[in-house]
Write a protein that binds this ligand. Structure first.
Ligand code: SAH
Length: 567
């Protein structure tokens, strides 16, 4: 939960432009009272005043909320607390984009090209992160110990000129040590750990297993083996226990397999009793190994308590993941929080250049960014699938919605012809976004208030006679129509042709809305009529919405009534 606090009229006006709960006046008392239950504060105060208010409340990096200050003129947004740990830098970027201000980031890793160890996608940092970061920033040698041979993210390797590959944990001149490990190591000054998501917990339970019993068996098992909980990527079990409270209570992503699948996995400790009861000789060991994938090893064999068994497998390498993200039409305020999180968590962000720019406020030096040229969507999809297959967390970004005339479909089309991609696409996530038709309709009023069709006029992938037949059908069905890809330099006559088809079935006075750059800087819109539409006004960043026969204009706004008069 984010709370904004203002004390002046200028601050109050700025705060009203933000989508956060807002309190005016009583800044010190408000911050104090809400400190414990607020994730982020946006204070319309001088930095000095804010520092005096928050100083007595500070508890520690892990507990304190994010605090950002905005100046009276709304020009600067300055995170003063929790830049990385509490997300204040991200909050500052979001506030700045909403206010048209500049974020002033003072955390050293954001001011240089050194990735922040505590927000490296795909790792959880622990230990003396501050000392190792300082050594890297100063260009002092840092020994990298990577006993698992886990892939070092290229931006990490590339942007650390000081990164010094020692033969062992103590390089001769190393001033700091960075260890990529799924083990817990005793903390000491100068040692930072990066925990990769390398471990899979296999869990079997009886129906009457108790949540606390299973949680404590897991804790004891990890502690006895010296394994870091932060490296546990997921929990694997048998399908019939997927929703058991003792399983879901562990707050890990759950993967479940059928008894028949588990029975195929060779394990060190098969049990005849378990086979008789559930149809597979092993649940914990088999599920851990199966989920951990090819090349996995069992690092902890079956450990049992009275109603549960636990085993731990280690993956041979990272498991890749693909998310196709709809960024919305333009402005960050129309981007969903889920889309924002998906871009932030990606190691590799792939997209057509302008779409990458559209989420520039979310990108960090720790991420690899692939800006693709226009066209060649299939090449982009194959590249994203290949990156995910190589074990990386990949986000493909699209404008608007991820699946409306966009990359989610392309990825699945490519996968249809490539069975080796099925593992990735079966787990692929698609993050929806506000599509152009909806953004444009909102600008115009409510032209999509009743049944409607979305039609792309691009004949690059669809023959014109098919498009024509669809426009004709929409005309006959009296649907309002939103045209995507209405006109480009090479496709200039299609919109006029489509309008003539619609004119055969609806009056020349039918309202038409033209929206350029909906919800982006430079947004422009006009409302005209079907007979009066000038296709010359339309280009590739335009969405054209043609009303149905019932559509009217009220005070300059288009409306298609929700129903038709009853006969
Ligand atoms: N996935 C996108 C659509 C991509 S097709 C979405 O869901 O919105 C590209 C077409 O979408 C453009 O030619 C234009 O017709 C339309 N479009 C995309 N963003 C737009 C915007 N902000 N304003 C107006 N039209 C837009």
């Amino acid at each position: 939960m984010t709370l904004s606090v203002s004390v002046t009229e200028g601050g109050r006006t700025l705060a009203a432009r933000l989508p956060y709960e807002h309190v005016h006046g009583q800044a010190a008392a408000t911050v104090r009272d809400r400190w414990a239950d607020t994730d982020g504060f946006v204070l319309f105060l001088a930095v000095g005043a804010a520092v005096r208010i928050v100083a007595p409340l500070l508890a520690g990096k892990d507990a304190d909320p994010a605090v950002v200050c905005v100046d009276e003129a709304g020009r600067w947004v300055v995170p003063i607390l929790g830049g990385h740990a509490a997300g204040a830098n991200d909050l500052a970027a979001a506030v700045a984009s909403l206010l048209g201000a500049t974020p002033v980031l003072t955390t050293a890793t954001d001011a240089t090209a050194v990735p922040a160890l505590d927000s490296l996608p795909g790792f959880i940092a622990a230990g003396d992160v501050a000392a190792v970061t300082a050594a890297l920033l100063d260009g002092r040698p840092v020994a990298l110990d990577n006993p698992l041979g886990w892939p070092v993210p290229p931006p990490l390797a590339a942007s650390f000129p000081a990164l010094f590959r020692a033969s062992g944990p103590h390089g001769p001149q190393a001033r700091g040590e960075l260890c990529i490990t799924d083990r817990d190591r005793p903390s000491r000054p100068g040692l930072a750990l990066l925990h990769p998501p390398s471990l899979v917990l296999g869990v079997g339970t009886s129906t009457d297993a108790d949540t606390d019993e299973v949680a404590s068996l897991v804790d004891r098992t990890l502690a006895a083996a010296g394994l870091a909980r932060a490296s546990v990527a997921e929990l694997a079990t048998i399908d019939r226990r997927r929703s058991h409270p003792a399983i879901t209570g562990l707050a890990l992503p759950v993967r479940a397999f059928t008894a028949a699948e588990l029975a195929t996995v060779p394990v060190p400790n098969p049990s005849v009793t378990v086979a008789g009861a559930v149809g597979t000789p092993s649940v914990a060991e088999a599920a851990a190994l199966m989920a951990a994938g090819e090349g996995a090893t069992l690092v902890v064999t079956k450990q049992a308590s009275s109603h549960a068994t636990v085993a731990v497998a280690r993956r041979a390498g990272p498991r890749g993941h693909l998310t196709v993200v709809g960024l919305g039409p333009g402005h960050a305020r129309h981007r969903t929080p889920a889309a924002t999180a998906a871009v932030r968590h990606a190691q590799v962000v792939v997209g057509y250049g302008p779409y990458v720019d559209q989420c520039a406020d979310l990108l960090s030096p720790a991420q690899e960014v692939v800006r693709s040229p226009i066209g060649d969507e299939a090449v982009r999809a194959k590249q994203a699938l290949a990156e995910a297959a190589a074990g990386r967390q990949v986000a493909v970004v699209c404008s608007g919605d991820a699946g409306v005339f966009a990359m989610a479909a392309v990825v699945l089309e490519v996968a249809a012809g490539d069975p080796s991609a099925h593992g990735i696409v079966s787990a692929m996530q698609v993050m929806p976004g506000v599509t152009a038709a909806v953004a444009a309709a909102a600008v115009l009023g409510a032209p999509l208030g009743h049944d409607h069709a979305l039609i792309s006029l691009s004949d690059l992938h669809t023959p014109w006679d098919v498009i024509e037949a669809r426009v004709r059908a929409a005309a006959q069905a009296d649907l309002a129509v939103a045209f995507y890809n209405p006109r480009s330099a090479r496709r200039s006559w299609q919109l006029g042709a489509a309008c003539r088809l619609l004119l055969e079935h609806r009056p020349p006075t039918t309202p038409v809305g033209i929206v350029h750059d909906a919800a982006r800087p430079g947004q422009r819109s006009t409302v005209t009529t079907l007979a009066g539409l000038d296709p010359g006004e339309v280009d590739m960043t335009t969405c054209v919405i043609v009303g149905a026969s019932t559509t009217t204009v009220v005070a300059g706004r288009m409306v298609t009534p929700r129903g038709l008069p009853q006969p």
